[in-house]
Structures are given as structure tokens and as C-alpha cells.
Design a protein around this ligand. Structure first.
Ligand code: ATP
Length: 573
């Protein structure tokens, strides 16, 4: 059974940003690691700890992230649905059967290396809080193995007790924050009588970080599609269902939200699609990627504002840490490596050492090749589309993710940064131009099969390959393109990504901008049929005539339709 963290026994976490003075220290936390007995990923300098806790297996998370859907103008729906099949298998193959794919109540508390800070925090709490009954650590199955920093059960109980008090204060604050979100005053009454509903995932993360508007992701304990239908009907809006995962998008005048049924997922055999079963919110959170994304806030009735944070994501939010939920997480779904880099860059966070080591190892073992190519593409493009993509790219290089993706890719953060500027000038797609930048130093042709396997559309693939191949040529040849027509001949066949990459590589900016601004939109008033009507025979002569007319027009020698025609006919005959 899922262990749903109830009001009094959950470990309190961060409340709404700015509402509460401080977070519980990141060091002391209930930890729910991988299914089965796995060694905990030791943080640097941290002694190895026992892990006895079964956690749900992580499902492969195969959806198209919303940003990417938007980029392609697709319907917006939940990221964790509509999936393709990754080749990597998870739980059974490693002995973590479905029976273990449950969050169990017994948990061990694993103080982190920051335990000095924890002890200070505990002391502060012991002296500053008290008075409300809260379960002691034993009742929660919590034990403490801290090496040199052994925290006694009594102290821990006191700390827990105090934290529970803080949590109840936070709940009121969280409730306020939730109610203040755009559309929520309309939504909350509509949820009355429906199964328990929660705000989940990135929405909770961003709310706790202080965002005052966000993409609403709801998880409903029960039939997600039925709940979405009902919510849409009550709001007088529409809903669109997204297949077998019981997920749907609801839109009304007042708001738009994604709704999913809470679920666990298990894998019957290597390469199989995950079997999805309804489950409680605890298991739904346990199938997620990182602790900071594995939180929920109750939206229904008295539970409004209640934070579910079984993996201490709030503490990690405060500590600025990206932490997987169990050691096999990247093995289960290697796209999480790219997600981790993206969140690191976006949030200015850092993977905790064990997570980073696991990411490095997973990439080194080639696990990125086990994931469906389209999922890698989606995550890679999302990463490269981030505002702080250069930071993510630098980390790609540090961890060897670039070469692990494809040997022709080489992390080039500075180039990615300057290419981003070039994109603003040229209208190039930042993600595609960024990818071309990673391929610019090698023989980009080798990338072609990989791009195809990853499901890049032909236009995207060609833009990346051409930019990677041609940008250096453009840089070299621009100084010789003195006439507008020469500049046009050089740059017009290129996608904007070539221009952006060329600018990033140091191409003279003025000619490129002159082309983008003044020349790229110039077109002839005449066309081939006009030349045929004048008796030019079908065939190369038509092209020759039109090319001459365009050259004349670009260089200012053909300022009217008649002049274009004159030049074209001269050249064609
Ligand atoms: P963003 O602001 O980048 O969209 P998000 O957290 O909303 O952040 P999504 O990609 O939309 O990210 O995913 C929604 C949620 O689904 C995540 O917060 C996470 O809980 C879960 N999720 C997404 N991808 C995975 C994955 N590969 N493995 C596990 N959980 C995932």
C-alpha cells in the first residue's frame, strides 16, 4: 500500500517561499531509496548507510514535455503520458518486483554530511518550539545511523515534534498560496465531492519557490479521465483525454489544467510498456524523477494546503539539490540525466554527489542508448532551449553526457552562449542551433542516423546538420561577399541556424544582419511564367534569367518590374 503522508507524520518541508523563516535542514530526512536492499549512494565523505526500504519502481517517463509540445504547436498535455517504449527494463530484471514496488511505512532517517547544520537546527528547534503531540521517530520507523554524528532518539523526537508544529503553520500558508493562484478560486469549489485531488510535480516545486502562476498539474486519486470530464462539465469547459494513462487536459474560460489519475507503474518484461495501476498519491510521487518534483499539495476539502513530501523535496529545494529518488533511477530512465542537467541550470541547483555519480555512471554505461530516441530528443531540445543552456551544456561536458549521447557531440558552453545571442538576431531556433554548436567541431554527417533515430523531423535534422557543416564556411566567406547579391547567394540557402552559429563562431555581424534585415525578404516581381510568356523556352534559360534579375535587383540595378524583365530576358536569351 502506498504510504500517504498524513498531516502529522509527514516530515515537514518548505512552505511557500517567503512564508516561513527556515527549512528543516537538508541533512535529516526520511529517505526512500530504490526497491530492495540497495546501497545508498554515498555523498562525498559520507559513510555508506543501510537501506531497507522498498520504494516503487520508477516507470519510464515517456511523455513529450509541455515546452516541446508548445514548440511544435501540439496540444498541451501531461508530460508523463502518451509514451513510446524504452528498451531498458527496470524492476523485475533487477529483482525489484511489483510486490516491492510499494512505498512501505518503515523508513530510515539518514543524516547527511551536513549533519552539523542539522544538529544546530535540532537544537534551535528544541529550544524554540513544542507543545503539540507529534509521532516520535520510532513510531515512524525512523532510526538514525550517523557515524560520528549520532543523534539520540529523544532529540530526534523533539525535533520531529517541533517540525510537525511548523508544518501545521505552513499548511495555512500553503493554503493561502494555493488559493491565490490564478484560477484556483474557481477550481477549488469544483473539486468538491470528487476523489482527493492534488497539485503535483513541477507546479508544487514552483509554488514553493514562490511562483505566483504556474502550469496546473492535478493528480486525482481515482479515475483521472472521469474526474477531468466532471471538472470540465462543472467549469463549463472542454476536456481532451490523452490515452491509456488516464490523463486529460481541461480548458475553460477561467483556467486550463492537466489532470491525471494517481498511479503506480510496473514493467512486465524488458521493453514492455509500463503496466499502469491506480495507486495512492504516495506511489504516484514515488514514480517521479527527483525529490523536488515529487511533492504534492492537497486541494480537496480539509486537505487543502497539505504538503505531501515523502522524499524531502522541500528540503532539497532549499538546499538547491537535485536528488533522484533511488539509486537505479537513471538506469530506469536515462532521460532523467538530461532532466537533471536542465533543472540544475534552470534552478541554479546542483545534483547531490550520489545523484551526480549515478548520472555519470549511467551515461558511461551507455544507458542513454537504451531509451527511445524521441525521448532523448525531447529532453535534449528542452535542455538546449533553457535560458541558461550554456550551464547545462558545461555540465554535460563535465559528466561526459555529450559523448555518451553521440561521439560527434562535444560540449561547447561558450559557443552555445554566443549562438543564443545569434538566435535573437536571426530568428533561429535556440535548441537546434545549440545542437549544431555541439556538432560544429566534428564531422556532423555522422550525426545523421542518430538524428533520424531520435525522430528529428527532416527540417530539424537538415537545419542541424547544415548549420554544423556550413557555419565555418560562412564565417570564412562573408568578407569576400561584398555585393548584396554575393551575400544573398552565400546566406539565402542557409537555415537561420547556420547564421546564428556563424555569428556565434565570430562571423562579421553587420553583413549577416544586413542580410537578415534587408536582403532576405527581397523577391522578384516577375516569375518564370512571365519569361515563358515572353517566349523564353522552358528549361535552364528561365532559371538563368530569374537569377540575373534577382542579382540586379539586390545590387540596385533593377528597380521596377520592367527593369527586372529586361535583365531577365537579356540573360535568358
Ligand atoms: P517544467 O517546468 O520543466 O515543465 P515540470 O516538473 O512540470 O517542469 P514536466 O516535464 O512537465 O516537468 O513533467 C511533469 C512532472 O512529471 C515532473 O515534475 C515529474 O514529477 C514528472 N516527470 C516528468 N518526466 C519524468 C521522468 N522522466 N521520470 C519521472 N518523472 C517524470
Amino acid at each position: 500500500m502506498a504510504r500517504i503522508i498524513e498531516k502529522d507524520d509527514r516530515r515537514p518541508g518548505v512552505a511557500a517561499a517567503g512564508v516561513r523563516p527556515h527549512m528543516p535542514a537538508a541533512g535529516v530526512r526520511p529517505h526512500m531509496p530504490a526497491a530492495g536492499v540497495r546501497p545508498h549512494m554515498p555523498a562525498a565523505g559520507e559513510q555508506r548507510r543501510h537501506v531497507h526500504v522498498g520504494a516503487p519502481r520508477q516507470r519510464h517517463h515517456l511523455g513529450r514535455p509541455r515546452r516541446a509540445q508548445r514548440r511544435e504547436g501540439l496540444a498541451v498535455h501531461r508530460a508523463d503520458e502518451g509514451r513510446e517504449r524504452p528498451r531498458q527494463v527496470q524492476s523485475q530484471a533487477r529483482g525489484g518486483g511489483a510486490d516491492r514496488a510499494r512505498v512501505r511505512g518503515d523508513r530510515h532517517l539518514h543524516p547527511r554530511p551536513e549533519s552539523e547544520r542539522v544538529l544546530q537546527r535540532v537544537e534551535a528547534l528544541e529550544h524554540g518550539q513544542g507543545g503539540v503531540a507529534a509521532p516520535g521517530p520510532e513510531a515512524l520507523g525512523v532510526s538514525c545511523l550517523c557515524g560520528s554524528h549520532r543523534i539520540g532518539a529523544a532529540r530526534l523526537r523533539a525535533a520531529w515534534h517541533s517540525l510537525a508544529v511548523m508544518a501545521s503553520m505552513n499548511r495555512a500558508a500553503l493554503r493561502e498560496r494555493v488559493e491565490a493562484l490564478p484560477g484556483l478560486r474557481v477550481l477549488l469549489p469544483v473539486l468538491a465531492g470528487l476523489p482527493p485531488a492534488y497539485l503535483v510535480g513541477g507546479a508544487v516545486r514552483d509554488l514553493l519557490r514562490g511562483a505566483d502562476s504556474l502550469d496546473l498539474d492535478l493528480a486525482v486519486e481515482g479515475d483521472g479521465a472521469a474526474a477531468a470530464r466532471e471538472i470540465a462539465a462543472r467549469l463549463g469547459g472542454d476536456h481532451v483525454e490523452h490515452g491509456r494513462f488516464g490523463t486529460a487536459t481541461v480548458r475553460s474560460e477561467a483556467l486550463a489544467l492537466d489532470v491525471a489519475g494517481t498511479r503506480r507503474e510496473s514493467y512486465s518484461e524488458p521493453g514492455a510498456l509500463p503496466d499502469v495501476e491506480p495507486a495512492g498519491i504516495g506511489e504516484d510521487l514515488a514514480r517521479r524523477d527527483f525529490s523536488v518534483n515529487a511533492m504534492a499539495i492537497g486541494l480537496s476539502g480539509d486537505a487543502l494546503g497539505e504538503l505531501h513530501d515523502p522524499f524531502s523535496g522541500a528540503a532539497d529545494l532549499e538546499a538547491g539539490v537535485i536528488r533522484v529518488l533511488h539509486q537505479a533511477s537513471f538506469r530506469d530512465d536515462a532521460t532523467r540525466i538530461l532532466r537533471a542537467l536542465r533543472y540544475e541550470a534552470r534552478l541554479a541547483f546542483r545534483m547531490e554527489p550520489g545523484t551526480e555519480e549515478a548520472a555519470r555512471a549511467a551515461a558511461g554505461e551507455g544507458l542513454l542508448d537504451t531509451v527511445a530516441g524521441t525521448r532523448v530528443r525531447d529532453e535534449l531540445l528542452d535542455l538546449l532551449g533553457e535560458a541558461d543552456a550554456p550551464t547545462a551544456v558545461a555540465r554535460m561536458g563535465e559528466l561526459g553526457i555529450d559523448r555518451a549521447l553521440h561521439p560527434a557531440l562535444e560540449a561547447a558552453p561558450d559557443l552555445v552562449a554566443s549562438v543564443a545571442l545569434g538566435c535573437m538576431e536571426t530568428g533561429a531556433d535556440r535548441a537546434l542551433a545549440g545542437l549544431a554548436a555541439l556538432a560544429a567541431t566534428s564531422r556532423a554527417e555522422g550525426l545523421s542516423p542518430w538524428l533520424d533515430r531520435a525522430g528529428f523531423k527532416a527540417g530539424e535534422r537538415d537545419a542541424v546538420l547544415r548549420a554544423a557543416r556550413r557555419a565555418a564556411v560562412v564565417v570564412r566567406e562573408i568578407p569576400g561577399a561584398e555585393q548584396p547579391s554575393q551575400l544573398h547567394a552565400l546566406l539565402a540557402p542557409e537555415p537561420p541556424e547556420t547564421l546564428a552559429l556563424a555569428l556565434g563562431m565570430g562571423a562579421q555581424a553587420e553583413p549577416v544582419l544586413h542580410f537578415v534585415r534587408d536582403l532576405s525578404g527581397i523577391a522578384l516581381e516577375i516569375d518564370g511564367s512571365d519569361l515563358l510568356a515572353e517566349g523564353v523556352p522552358e528549361g535552364p534559360a528561365v532559371g538563368r534569367g530569374l537569377a540575373a534579375a534577382l542579382t540586379a535587383k539586390l545590387d540596385g540595378h533593377a528597380r521596377s518590374r520592367d527593369e527586372e524583365m529586361r535583365v531577365a530576358l537579356e540573360a535568358a536569351r
